[in-house]
Design a protein around this ligand. Sequence first.
Ligand SMILES: [Fe+2]
Length: 299
Amino acid sequence: MQSKFDPKVFQLGYVALATPDIQRTKDHYLQNLGMTEVARGDDGAVYLSIGYNHHDLVLRSATQKALLHVGFHLKPHIAVNDIARDARELGLTATVKTDSQLGVAEVVEVEAPGGVVIQFYSAMEAPAPGFKQGGASPLRLGHVAIISPEGDKLIAFFQDFLGFWLTDDILGIANFLTCNREHHVVNIVKAPQFRVHHIAFELRDNACHAIAADALRGNGVPLLWGPSRHGAGHNLASYHHDPDKVMVEFYTEMDAFIPELGMCEPRPWHEHYPMKPRSWAINELNAWGAEFGFNLAVG
Ligand SMILES: [Fe+2]
């Protein structure tokens, strides 16, 4: 059994998306997010970096948009083969792959409940192409939100197999889990479909929300929601669509979870002290009470 205080992974490493127009989608992440194309695979996949890692986002051509896989960085004492063995003991398909993608020499690919493909790796190349100036230019990839018809099983996989902590939920539909100090590293949305709800990038500071919004507007990309503060997680967040209508979040001031205390670090804007995991109502999606035309719950 996984130790309650020892998740097997410590951060989300990358997200891989299929796109019907790889040039158009790539241009969005290059121009509007300031990412850098580090490499292109023989299969045409492009590897995009925020500034340090070999990749934070992978794009592959396909007839339809899709979430291909997500990658999590293993803690140093957990080996790829450990994950493969433990996943198979659970009855899951686990395949160790070497040189299946650029920048990561070895991964174990596990098919989690609901068909979510999760890769685990111990090391990634860090060519450090540098952070871009201006535009959104986020600091890092922070979390991914996945809509799954097998949400309960997927949540159990993250909690029981990987050791994630459940930090909050909204109506029991959106479920926030973390493997580190950030309030959430994954958000599992229980609904009868399988797709990515959004991918989220952390900005440098709150002022960068305005800089990012202006940069998006300059390229004709409207915001859908925010910037505004959430209830669950209390992140100051804005959302926009990439060209495939995959939602992208920019955020700052995400709650810091203290697993040893089962609560988030107190903040002046918290509604509850101590800020422990709770179930939030839909009208608490926006802590400031602002209403936006876009229905973020449907996304
Ligand atoms: Fe988010």
